[in-house]
Design a protein around this ligand. Structure first.
Ligand code: ADP
Ligand code: MG
Length: 345
């Protein structure tokens, strides 16, 4: 099976009204008609896609996410994850619970998946969509679909095909875009209720929404396998600055600011990129250092088709963080995944 690289889309959000009032300067620009971005006067990065402050949610979806939905319905696994510092536009980009113009990736995926499945249904394909919604905070997995029974243990494990699964996660069957989005909204409400200090919390937690699509094909077409199952993971990561040490903090506070998951994620990306660039065998990829890297194992160096959306603010105040995100995103582009068509059973 041929390899595919992890694709990276850069998204630069507009300056926010308060930033304009406070006279923030724009420190990065997309080179017109290209997928390149310049930071300051001397740094240039290229990506698979680059979206500037005026890019719409539709443009982002149509050019880089829609193809992954087609991949999903062909029976392959796919992942989209948003990466970037707090306030860079990750949650705006991933969306959830808004079917209007401003709706993000989750909203558009919901509409797109069910409209394509509708077409399949009229061709006699039986389909089912199951959803799970999890949050990972301080290395603790929490089920956002479970309003009771909150101390249920969730385990990350592998299924018989070698794919990562979370054992114990509640699965809800959904039959329309609206139903899917109401499940997501209920999960988001739960996330807010269960936590105090919401801003701090949301900047340090990861959320993982997974859609599993099962298709059973009509018996009258012998060229098709009888059924297939594939999943799409939509991930909103914690703020990338959580992974950085802050020198001014005391030793104790410093450790509180380091998100172990994001450090581990950075390491996994670096090791996989080095392996691909030097075409060498590196036996140990440190997936097991954190739960987020275990959860993303299929997506980074595994069998999924993966898109990383690197979100950045244009403000000169965050230039150091922005360059850190661009460097990590640049490495991620080298990672090779090996999708398999063996999800058929
Ligand atoms: P993050 O999830 O990375 O912390 P948010 O998605 O919450 O960041 O975005 C921070 C703020 O910027 C929010 O007020 C959001 O509405 C706004 N924003 C982000 N991206 C865009 C965009 N592309 N266009 C307009 N506003 C945006
Ligand atoms: Mg957010």
């Amino acid at each position: 099976m041929s390899e595919v690289c992890v694709k990276v889309a850069l998204r630069v959000r507009p300056l926010l009204p308060l930033e304009v009032l406070q006279n923030h300067k724009v420190c990065l620009r997309i080179v017109p008609d290209s997928n390149k971005v310049t930071v300051g006067s001397d740094r240039l990065f290229s990506f698979d896609h680059a979206f500037g402050p005026t890019a719409t949610q539709d443009e982002v979806y149509d050019s880089c996410v829609q193809p992954l939905v087609e991949t999903l319905l062909r029976g392959d696994n796919a992942t989209v994850f948003c990466f970037g510092q707090t306030g860079s536009g990750k949650t705006y980009t991933i969306g959830g619970g808004n079917l209007g113009e401003e709706g993000g990736i989750i909203d558009r995926v919901a509409e797109n998946v069910f409209s394509l499945l509708g077409e399949k249904n009229s061709d006699g394909v039986e389909t089912k969509v199951r959803v799970t919604y999890l949050e990972l905070y301080m290395e603790q997995l929490q089920d956002l679909l479970e309003s009771h029974n909150t101390d249920k243990e969730l385990f990350i494990s592998k299924n018989n095909k070698g794919n990562t699964v979370v054992v114990g996660a509640k699965e809800i069957v959904v039959t329309s875009a609206e139903e899917l989005l109401s499940v997501v909204e209920a999960g988001n409400v739960l996330r807010h209720i269960k936590t105090t200090g919401m801003n701090e919390h949301s900047s340090r937690s990861h959320t993982i929404l997974t859609l599993q699509v099962v298709q059973a094909f009509p018996h009258n077409n012998p060229s098709l396998k009888p059924s297939c199952s594939s999943k799409l993971c939509l991930v909103d990561l914690a703020g990338s600055e959580c992974a950085r040490k802050r020198n001014k903090d005391s030793r104790h506070n410093e450790s509180a600011h380091i998100n172990r998951g994001l450090l581990a994620l950075g390491n996994v990306i670096r090791v996989l990129a080095t392996r691909a660039q030097n075409n060498c065998k590196i036996p140990h990829i440190p997936y097991r250092d954190s739960k987020i890297t275990r959860l993303l194992q299929d997506s980074l160096g595994g069998t999924a088709h993966t898109l990383m959306v690197a979100c950045v603010s244009p403000s000169h105040h965050s230039v150091a963080e922005t360059v850190g995100v661009l460097q990590c995103a640049d490495k991620a582009r080298h990672i090779r995944n090996c999708p398999t068509a063996t999800s058929t059973h």
